[in-house]
Design a protein around this ligand. Sequence first.
Ligand SMILES: [Zn+2]
Length: 127
Amino acid sequence: MRNKTVIVCAVICGVLFISAAVLVILQFADRTGEGIIITLDGVKIYEGAGTHTGETLYIDAQGKYGINHIRIDETGVCVERAGCPNGECVAMGYLKNRYLPIVCLPNKLVIQYADALAEDELDAISQ
Ligand SMILES: [Zn+2]
């Protein structure tokens, strides 16, 4: 009886550990090379690769409070410089994962992974 309890506990611990490991891997998985979508005031201005292995790609997004200079290089996508007042979009650095898009609130700029957007749309439909 006691042995059975120990085995059940071990199995539960194992399952929990594997679940936690999978979550951590999903969170920190290398997502370079995946598609991204950039929207400005709700309008899609770029859809394509989130990394650029050749020449660095620059996209200028003209917002209400100045231009967001977006850079796509071999590391990923980031806002290099911005005319917005708070500069938080620049401070966010490279786009890291699907749960944390780069957002410039003053200019209404959003940079996110394409599959993250698809998931949001699914949520909107199911609600
Ligand atoms: Zn900004």
